[in-house]
Design a protein around this ligand. Structure first.
Ligand code: PGA
Length: 255
């Protein structure tokens, strides 16, 4: 059985003061829910502080991005080495980064390698746009993202990363996929290529999340699905009780 993960991506939200308040609200609500790996992913400005506040809890911290070079003259960038003490997870290739910052499957691949090299667990995001979905290209797009993003990843690290299926049309729109549709996309275009790339045994251990307008009301529908091992949550992770409800739904899902 794969242990579920619920990760809250705060995106570009929350000042330091708000971050501290939110994490302090969250800790008592989710600290004992050990059936679920809980991850809080604040903006970089609050990463050290949030990480410190989570230090003596079983809740993990994550970063929203990294740059693949270890150090040097890359103004404004942050390397895996700068994050490794502060976080356990790092989001790679979120669709907002692909759309607004020109990230490609090749840069996603470099970032995954950089994360794995320092022991960070990448959460690699894949997903199709609305136009691609309507044109019947969901499978083609995701298979491409999977095969390029994970090309030449050493097999020893094969089970160490997480994949998030995030249909771009579902992110921040309030229009989530259905559990059934997301489950089928994951089975056919994520679990299947994982098995080709790393073998069936490793593919069965890798956790695959759904993300895109997950909220307290719809979360359980995803967690019931056999291929869905948790959620990457945006908007609802900014409200402590909603996020806690999603964590609890993951803990009580019967597969
Ligand atoms: P959302 O964001 O839950 O606000 O749709 C999800 C994500 O971008 O990971």
């Amino acid at each position: 059985m794969r242990k579920p993960i619920v990760a809250g991506n705060w995106k570009m939200n929350n000042t330091m003061e708000k971050s501290i308040r939110l994490v302090n609200d969250l800790i008592p609500l989710i600290k004992n829910q050990n059936k679920v790996d809980r991850v809080i992913i604040p903006p970089f400005t609050a990463l050290a502080t949030v990480s410190d506040l989570l230090r003596f809890t079983s809740i993990s911290c994550g970063a929203q991005n990294l740059f693949w070079e270890p150090k040097g003259a890359y103004t404004g960038e942050i390397s895996a080495y700068m994050i490794e003490d502060l976080a356990d997870y790092v989001i790679i290739g979120h669709s907002e980064r692909r759309t607004y910052f020109n990230e490609t499957d090749e840069t996603v691949n470099k970032k995954i390698v950089a994360a794995l090299n320092v022991g960070l667990t990448p959460i690699m995001c894949v997903g199709e746009t609305y136009e691609e979905n309507q044109a019947g290209k969901t499978g083609e797009v995701i298979l491409h993202q999977m095969n390029k993003g994970l090309a030449d990843i050493p097999i020893v690290n094969g089970a160490k990363f997480v994949v998030a299926y995030e249909p771009v049309w579902a992110i921040g729109t309030g229009l989530a996929a259905t559990g059934e549709v997301a489950n089928k996309v994951i089975a056919d275009y994520i679990r299947e290529p994982l098995s080709h790339l790393f073998g069936e045994e490793v593919a069965q251990r890798i956790r695959v999340l759904y993300g895109g307008s997950v909220n307290a009301a719809n979360a359980a529908e995803f967690f019931e699905q056999p291929e869905i091992d948790g959620a990457l949550v945006g908007g609802a992770s900014l409200k402590s009780h909603d996020f806690a409800d999603i964590v609890n739904a993951a803990a009580s899902a019967k597969k």
